[in-house]
Design a protein around this ligand. Structure first.
Ligand code: TRH
Length: 401
């Protein structure tokens, strides 16, 4: 990360402008999404915006699963230009440090009191942003960019809501993501090489389906439908995903990485839990992606392939409102109506009760995959017309500091 030397008016003394420093804080609640989103943001700040970025994260073993270059035993390390620092969370002491000009608190993780005091001590307070969870709900537009005053300290915190519209905070998308995707998807050899590298031998003519879901009561019925169906299916499962259901369905024979379990028209292919960038290529390669949470969901949108989303389950099934909001948004936005199976499938897959309709719906969805793919390409192309999240965030910070 070099500094920029700007010639002064008299050309005698160079004025050195140091690159702006950003601090990104992340506390992992569970799973991979918190670290996944914050790490993606930190990488993009360095690679595309030349921000000097420190990434404070409290769960290095989680980060290292999606970013294998990260050594979970080290307290501090530089990976892909990001200065990664282990921290213990907001309520634990932290060594003294001078805060950056921008402070990103991912998902309201909180900041240590000593760090807040150091923010107050700066001559100009940093731009302090709380990066919220993604939602397609309309109310987020009214809250995006709002500020709140700290109850005790002379600090303001701004709320940043990722979303699908111009009035929201947008979605994470690297500048070269779609060109890399297109190059990969237009190169038949690349897909074959990718499957070989993953150790997956796709049966001739089989649909490739990636599986990443939360515990889901409908999964056994779906596996039955695939095994008994007319279409041959190869379901690719990263290690550890849906372990409980798969264990019961296979009678304790869940395929590990490199193993295959065949039943009827279904082969279940185990793969390792791969790095984030490899996971992108998996999504680009499949005919259908079952995704979840936040980051894999967004990546499946950018893959422009048919997908089925399972939002993060919340108390009182609050995730269903999020699902409805997204389905409504997905149905609008491009002139041609999307295939009818899309909504029905999402509702069945996310039904908190035993619906029993998954098997019947699978036949409809399978027949509509080409139409779903065409719709996904149009919808994603439209979405890609908006600036990405990191660029919007950088612009917001520029206005604040
Ligand atoms: O892991 P998640 O369930 O994370 C969730 C959500 O973020 C949810 O909104 C949040 O409230 C909760 O965490 C705490 O699902 P998500 O968001 O899709 O994140 C998964 C990450 O893991 C994503 O960055 C992709 C990555 N991944 C890999 O790198 N390799 C893999 O093999 C797989 C399956 C995923």
């Amino acid at each position: 990360m070099g500094s920029t030397v700007v010639p002064s008016d008299d050309f005698l003394l160079p004025i050195v402008t140091l690159p702006q420093r950003w601090d990104v804080f992340c506390s992992v609640v569970d799973n991979y999404g918190d670290a996944g989103v914050a790490w993606r943001l930190a990488r993009q700040l360095v690679a595309e915006h030349r921000r000097n970025t420190r990434f404070f994260v409290d769960a290095l073993p989680v980060l290292s699963r999606i970013a294998p270059d990260v050594d979970p035993s080290r307290d501090r390390q530089n990976v892909q230009g990001v200065d990664i620092i282990r921290w213990e969370g907001a309520d634990r002491p932290m060594p003294p440090t001078t805060p950056g000009q921008a402070v990103i608190e991912a998902f309201g993780c909180g900041l240590p009191s000593s760090y807040l005091d150091a923010m107050v001590a700066l001559s100009a307070p940093p731009a302090w942003i709380n990066l919220e969870y993604l939602s397609a709900e309309g109310w987020i537009e009214g809250c995006h960019g709002l500020k709140s005053h700290h109850p005790r300290l002379p600090l303001r915190r701004y709320f940043y809501f990722p979303g699908f519209t111009a009035a929201s905070g947008g979605l994470l998308r690297e500048a070269d993501l779609l060109s890399r995707r297109d190059a990969f998807q237009n190169d038949p050899g690349a897909r074959a090489t990718f499957w070989r590298a993953l150790g997956v031998a796709l049966p001739e003519g089989a649909l490739a389906i990636s599986l990443f879901c939360y515990p889901n009561r409908h999964l056994p019925a779906l596996l039955d439908a695939w095994a008994d169906g007319d279409v041959s299916v190869c379901c690719i499962v990263p290690e550890g995903v849906a372990a409980g259901e798969l264990d019961r369905w296979t009678g304790g024979a869940v395929p590990h990485a490199g193993q295959v379990l065949a039943r009827g028209r279904l082969s279940l292919a185990g793969i390792p839990f791969v790095a984030q960038d490899v996971y992108d290529r998996l999504l680009w390669s499949c005919d259908l992606n079952l995704v979840r949470g936040e980051d894999s969901f967004v990546r499946s949108l950018w893959a422009a392939r048919p997908f089925v989303w399972q939002p993060y389950p919340q108390a009182d099934n609050a995730q269903l409102a999020k699902l409805d909001a997204f389905l409504e948004r997905y149905a609008s936005g491009v002139p041609q109506a999307g295939p009818a199976s899309f909504d029905a499938w999402h509702r069945a897959w996310n039904d908190p009760a035993d619906g029993g309709s998954i098997a019947a719906l699978w036949a409809v969805l399978a027949a509509e995959l080409p139409a779903l793919g065409a719709y996904a390409r149009r919808w994603t192309a439209e979405l890609a017309g908006q600036p990405d999240l990191t660029s919007r965030l950088v612009r917001m910070v520029e206005e604040l500091v």
